[in-house]
Ligand binder design. Structure first.
Ligand code: ADE
Ligand code: ZN
Length: 326
């Protein structure tokens, strides 16, 4: 069996996927036309050509511009259904989708419109593809904690439809400590907690995410390697890291995939998973992330199996529901 087929056949969960980051330029243009939205690019080709990033912020500027095409419940539904079709083709059996409500509510799109569309797709993906899923609301860390509280207020009436909260957007200068009160309230509501940390930001942000936000997983976390005591702690506590290798290359966190520290983290005993982050922008869905990383870092099939199994174990699915995969 060739490596691609082997990877596809591994049952796997995707735990780090921004649904807005799965908006392919073709769909972006189709939705923009349908909704009368003007995009900053002249064509699908010009859009793709603009996807040359120097850091996280240079990507985020385009990502927020592209998200402007999403207006109606049907748009969010179609976006998520397109993602589920791709994920199913890559052997994903469970997906935990991040969504950024503040990106939409600040443009006048109702919180409920976003949630209704995404949830309808989640329900249909279960029937059509047998994929289970969860929705994780991410707060934008470049905004204030008070703005986060306002968003949480909008979410509270729908809290049973949301499984967790996360923290994304511009990391540098926006440490987890900025959101300590907000996440304390989210924990009181019984929500699962994750946060992006140690993507571009220092290892100290990972420590803050653990100690102050009390995260159950770290999104990215690759800069943990710079702090041996932190690595030791993450190994001891088996805190999962949702690593996104192709994203890290596109955003210049590592110069090439051969330089990526995923194998180093795995060898140290960390609970590493592989994910796609924003596949429409970074040139690969989860299968491509597995394959390119396996080839660049010479991962064995046993290591790939371990990584896929880590993703199932690190998911927020209860033990009873998990038994078909594990
Ligand atoms: N939002 C979408 N993708 C992101 C990433 N890789 N880091 C931070 N925020 C994001
Ligand atoms: Zn991310």
């Amino acid at each position: 069996m060739d490596l691609e087929t082997y990877i596809r056949a591994l049952p796997k969960a995707e735990l780090h996927l921004h649904i807005e980051g799965s908006l392919e330029p073709e769909m972006m243009f189709a939705l923009a036309q349908r909704n009368g939205v003007t995009l900053p690019w002249s064509s699908v080709e010009a859009t793709r050509a603009a996807y040359a990033f120097s850091d996280l912020q240079s990507f985020l500027d385009l990502y927020y511009a592209g998200a402007a095409a999403l207006i109606h419940e049907q748009d969010f539904y179609e976006l998520a259904m397109a993602y589920f079709a791709r994920a199913h083709a890559d052997g994903v059996v469970h997906a935990e989708l991040f969504f950024d409500p503040q990106t939409h509510t600040e443009r006048g799109v109702a919180f409920q419109t976003v949630l209704d569309g995404l949830e309808r797709a989640c329900d249909e993906a279960r029937v059509q593809y047998g994929i289970s899923s969860r929705l994780i609301l991410c707060f934008l860390r470049h905004l204030s904690e008070d703005e986060g509280f306002a968003t949480l207020e909008q979410a509270v009436p729908h809290v049973s439809r949301i499984h967790g909260v996360g923290l994304d957007s511009s990391e540098k200068g926006h440490p987890p400590s900025k959101f300590a009160r907000l996440f304390a309230r989210c924990r009181e509501l019984g929500l699962h907690i994750v946060a992006h940390a140690g993507e571009e930001g220092p290892p100290a942000y990972i420590v803050e995410a653990l100690d102050l936000l009390k995260v159950e997983r770290i999104d990215h976390g690759v800069r943990a390697a710079e702090d041996p005591a932190l690595v030791e702690r993450l190994v001891r506590e088996q805190t999962p890291l949702t690593v996104c290798p192709l994203s890290n290359i596109k955003l210049c966190v590592f110069p090439t995939l051969q330089d990526h520290n995923l194998k180093q983290l795995l060898d140290a005993g960390l609970k590493v998973t592989i994910n796609s982050d924003d596949p429409a922008y970074f040139g690969g869905y989860i299968g491509q992330n597995f394959l390119a990383t396996a080839e660049a870092l010479h991962l064995s099939r046993a290591e790939l199996k371990r990584i896929a199994r880590n993703s199932l174990e690190a998911s927020f699915v209860g033990d009873a529901e998990r038994t078909p995969w594990l």
